[in-house]
Design a binder for this molecule. Structure first.
Ligand SMILES: Nc1ncnc2c1ncn2[C@@H]1O[C@H](COP(=O)(O)OP(=O)(O)OP(=O)(O)O)[C@@H](O)[C@H]1O
Length: 253
């Protein structure tokens, strides 16, 4: 098991606020992601989870508060520094965002060719093989995305993010639209990625099973704030109505 280093914080968010006009989306977010830790951010639709991720990777600027990623204050970085930081932070999109006209191998090679031009074809091939092995899909290398199942596409999407060997992974709804068995496989993959690539991750989800399976810590978001943070058992022994209804909803559906 990968060790969680509580002395090393890879993402540190303090008193974060973000509004769009009259709409207050984030209202005082505080969160620490430690090295080797997986934090599942659980929340209903529209609570601001995507806005939070966009601020972490510098796509949106906060109105107030600080976000430090790998020691750097994101809102202070210029474009060059931001691009360099983004190479260390892998963002796995909800839609796997694969190029339909490229094979799996070409999709995986793409970020490497764009960002590490000094890679030889042999190094690229080797890196692709390592990632395909890690995501359990070596046989798909010459297939097109249209020939893959939804679960396979998600795995390749995660693989394409891993190819640049990020230190931090951000997963946006990794199990959305998948059946329970495929979802469980994805959860196992997220845990395997952490072990094999020594990543620290934030996993955004409204799937309680996913949060429980992958989250060393769960942070429950409501109305722009975290109303509870802790291990799954700590969070779900609380008495707050929203947390209880989340739990009930997930287990009776
Ligand atoms: N660029 C923007 N301009 C105006 N409003 C925005 C913008 N981006 C997000 N919002 C609003 O912020 C709120 C939170 O959106 P966000 O996408 O972060 O929710 P979410 O928690 O990720 O939801 P879901 O689970 O459905 O993806 C929504 O009300 C949305 O309309």
């Amino acid at each position: 098991m990968q060790h969680i280093d509580m002395n090393e914080t890879v993402i540190s968010i303090r008193d974060l606020y973000k509004s769009f006009g009259e709409k207050h989306v984030l209202e005082g977010i505080n969160l620490d992601l430690h090295k080797g830790e997986n934090v599942a951010v659980l929340g209903r639709s529209g609570t601001g989870k995507s806005v939070l991720i966009k601020i972490i990777i510098g796509l949106l600027k906060p109105d107030a508060g600080t976000v430090k990623v790998l020691g750097e204050e994101v809102s202070q970085l210029d474009d060059v520094a931001l691009r360099a930081l983004r190479l260390k932070v892998g963002f796995s999109f909800q839609s796997s965002a694969l190029y339909d006209s490229m094979t799996v191998g070409e999709n995986l090679a793409f970020p490497l060719k764009r960002n590490n031009r000094e890679f030889t074809p042999e190094q690229i091939r080797k890196t692709i093989d390592i990632v395909l092995d890690a995501i359990g899909l070596p046989e798909t290398i010459n297939q097109l995305p249209a020939e893959l199942s939804g679960g396979q596409k998600k795995r390749i999407g995660i693989g394409r993010t891993l190819i640049l060997r990020p230190e931090i992974m951000l997963y946006d709804e990794p199990t959305a639209g998948l059946d329970p068995i495929t979802s469980m496989e994805l959860n196992r993959l997220i845990n395997a990625v952490k072990e094999r690539f020594n990543t620290s991750s934030i996993i955004i989800t409204h799937d309680l099973t996913c949060a429980k399976s992958v989250g060393d810590k769960i942070a429950v978001m409501d109305d722009g704030k975290f109303i509870s943070q802790g291990t799954f058992d700590e969070v779900f022994t609380g008495n707050e109505e929203l947390i209880k209804s989340f739990y009930d909803y997930n287990f009776i559906q």
